[in-house]
Design a protein around this ligand. Structure first.
Ligand code: PLP
Length: 410
């Protein structure tokens, strides 16, 4: 028994454990490093790309964005990428460009970030939730037909944590009922399933380059599609519906422009693209580093019976965007508090969103409406994971979790 443990043991025996325990815990945790949830790996290459943009005349959407769009589409093996300011914007514009709006319903999942559902409302349509698969947390293709109405126009699945949905089954349901598919691929740049990737079976896939995403420009997003007309329409929609841009003005000089359609202001700029371009060269390497850390977590946590490990299905290449574990719902928030006390930044992705205040007011879907999503939402914890995370931090986290369950069993 080491000194800290024997001291605590003595403290309990002496009857002063309650008063001294918190201080001792602080001392104990002070010897462990603070563990961040995420840290970006942008550095010299991004600074150089940024400097190149600053030396040129165009800070807004221009050739740097075009280069990123080409690289990103090529990485996914698709025809088009349209650079945008967020995934939320990409979801919104995909629906709008597909002609989906007021009076229409879009089937989606309650086990997601709110942006999936709010984008549907931003397009003027109504989100309709269905439950998720027990083993993946992804939309359950088997329950979609129960949610169909005469107004259903599209399905918006989410490749949760980086594991792709069963797009073959989703595509079959969509085809049988004439529905569009807009994929929320915010977690899934690198994820593949049985050889296919995002935007291959859906009409479009939408990506996030938010501050904690696997590729990041602080804020940013993209829509990817094989559909020429859809890409063209999203290009118009991203910039007020204007048919000329600052880049075209720079190249060709001023020419009168028109506004064929109503649009928004969601265009990715050259500064964001400059941050993203060098990361495209490291995307597979970054994935390999996350895969190694995820494997380390699995090994380090395997002996803790109270922890349910995330499942990756056969035939899936998981993007390992988030590493989530499951614990008993009645212990989840206590464990979060314990990790916080140990200066470990854990999170919850996600509490089922139909239970959030706004959706409760709007749809009044009681607890029990989507039992699987609710169970995941009540029991999940996301552990720190990012490519340059020191492997030792995985063990700091695992020790903290092991201690939590050992202490409560004692
Ligand atoms: C599943 C999911 N969808 C959508 C979004 C929204 O992305 P953005 O912040 O780029 O709009 C996020 C971002 O956290 C997300 O995790």
């Amino acid at each position: 028994m080491d000194e800290a443990h024997s001291d605590r043991h003595l403290g309990r025996q002496a009857g002063n454990a309650l008063s001294s325990l918190p201080d001792m815990r602080r001392e104990e945790s002070a010897s462990e490093p603070e563990v961040s949830f995420f840290s970006h790996d942008l550095g010299a290459a991004e600074l150089a790309a940024l400097a190149q943009v600053l030396r040129g005349p165009i800070l807004t959407t221009g050739e740097t964005v075009e280069r990123f769009e080409q690289l990103f589409a090529a990485y996914l093996g698709r025809r088009h990428c349209v650079g945008l300011t967020s995934c939320t914007g990409a979801l919104h514009l995909s629906l709008t460009a597909l002609g989906i709006g007021p009076g229409d319903e879009v089937i989606t999942t309650p086990m997601t970030f709110i942006a999936t559902a709010t984008a549907i409302e931003q397009a003027g349509a109504t989100p309709v939730f269905v439950d998720v698969e027990d083993h993946t947390g992804n939309m359950d293709p088997g329950v979609i037909e129960e949610a169909l109405t005469a107004r259903t126009r599209a399905i918006m699945p989410v490749h949760l944590y980086g594991q792709m949905c069963d797009m073959h089954r989703l595509r079959d349901v969509a085809a049988a009922h004439g529905l569009k598919i807009v994929e929320d691929a915010a977690h899934c740049v690198e994820g593949r399933r049985e050889g296919y990737g995002p935007a291959q079976h859906g009409d479009s896939a939408c990506f996030s380059f938010y501050a904690t995403k696997s590729l990041t420009s602080g804020e940013g997003g993209a829509m990817v599609t094989d559909d020429d007309a859809l890409a063209q329409r999203v290009r118009l929609l991203r910039q007020h519906g204007m048919n000329k841009t600052a880049a075209s003005r720079h190249k060709e000089g001023y020419a009168h422009w028109d506004m064929p359609i109503f649009g928004w202001k969601y265009n990715m700029d050259n500064v964001q693209a400059a941050l993203l371009l060098p990361q495209m060269e490291r995307v597979e390497q970054k994935l390999a580093m996350r895969q190694a850390l995820a494997a380390e977590y699995r090994a380090a946590l395997s002996g803790i019976s109270q922890v349910a490990m995330p499942q990756t299905l056969p035939g899936v290449r998981h993007a390992e965007h988030l590493f989530t574990i499951g614990v008993a719902p009645e212990r989840r928030d206590e464990l979060l508090g314990h990790l916080k006390e140990r200066r470990i930044a854990a999170m919850v992705n996600y509490r089922a969103i139909h239970l959030l205040e706004y959706y409760q007011r709007k749809f009044r879907l009681p607890r029990g409406s989507f039992p699987v999503a609710e169970r995941i939402g009540d029991s999940t914890i996301s552990l720190p994971l990012y490519p340059s995370m020191p492997v030792e931090h995985v063990h700091v986290v695992a020790r903290a979790i092991a201690d939590f369950f050992a202490e409560s069993a004692a």
